[in-house]
Design a protein. Sequence first.
Length: 463
Amino acid sequence: MTANLFAWSLSQARAPAPAVGKAAVSAATERITAARTEREQRRVAGALRELGLRTGDRIAIVASPSPAYLAATLGALRSRIVPVILNASLTAAEQSALLADAEPERVLRDADLTALLDGPEADIADVPLARPMLYTSGTTGTPKGVWSGVLAEADARALAREEQELWGFAPDDVLLLMSPLHHSVSIRFAAGVLLAGGDVVLATPFDAGRVCRAVVDECPTVAFATPAHLHRLFELPELPPLDSFRLLAHAGAPCPEHVKRRALDAFPEDSVWEFYGSTEGQFTACSPADWLERPGTVGRARPGRRIEVDDGGMVWCHVPPYARFEYWRDPHKTAATWNGDAFTVGDLGRLDRDDFLYLDGRRDDLIISGGVNVYPLEVERVLLAHPKVHDAAVFGVADARWGQRVCAAVVTEIEIEELDSWLRSKVAPYKRPKSLVPVDAIPVTTTGKLRRADLGVAFGLEG
């Protein structure tokens, strides 16, 4: 890298962050030390006790990313209180539906989280005693809470130890946190680094320029990224030096081979790891050497777990007791997901003779856009709620930046612009169709089945 190129690169990275929608992304990052958040978590624990919360109670967190958000989440978990973490960008109607389902004792927003930091310090466990409850949609499109309850202390310690041993979190680690805090991986990695005595640099929501500034200013050693994050970073004219990293973990969507190879070239040797998991639980980890030897694999089962693929190609993961979960108030779905000590999230794959896993497909109809799951039926239900929409089909189309973008074909009497405007108050931005195609009828097979995989080509949205 020449001096001129590097200087130009930094001038680009230090430029004001571009606008996103109507608001500009803040250029600020904030470094959170283990000592600071430990005090804040104790205050959160004290405040929650003063509010009358007890073991197994649920609090909902619907807020913007901040040190208080992390302190509230971890302080609750270390006090046997389960945070229900919701995406703050959901519409009011979407939030209300999830809150009605979760029935938390308290709903905490930005001001509430700040107030918790004024609580009296209280004792907390040295590891999280629960997993956050997060909502994930299934193939039915109905959001489901993933619930693990409060863990026995031995199980909680085993869970924390598994993460620490796999990723090697240490006191000198600095985590660059650029994914939303309502993602399970953000909380897992932040907890692991902070409990090890390291620091967290909060740089979310993601902005490529801000991430580059944070790399230069904070010298992070650990980060998690989705393939969409990597793609946007590699669109920059030049990257800052990345030699501070010992671990760049990526997951959340299939990673295009050209993006993976670019990451392997850009980051230090042996630092780029991949893992395969879901909100429900974790399956595999893949080292750089293993991927280079077997391009396309997502690795082998994590330590203490075992992967198998049934005759129908469904991927199952046998897990230890501390990794069990259920779907909140849905025993039927829970039973269908488990077979003994193994669970599935409906993904299809295959194992080679050395037990390396290759994924062949995702859940039926699932769209993964920027590492976030979008379920067509959920969006279709909103579209069909409009009195002048008579039919709709939501589907994904390949997209170089996002992996897939959400599209919809609609049979409607109104102008597409009017329908798009109506959707803005009904559906969160990441779910909202980027292309609305007016059609006379939704094409189906001779047996009346909708083949979403064919719709992008049928409507001229992909070749």
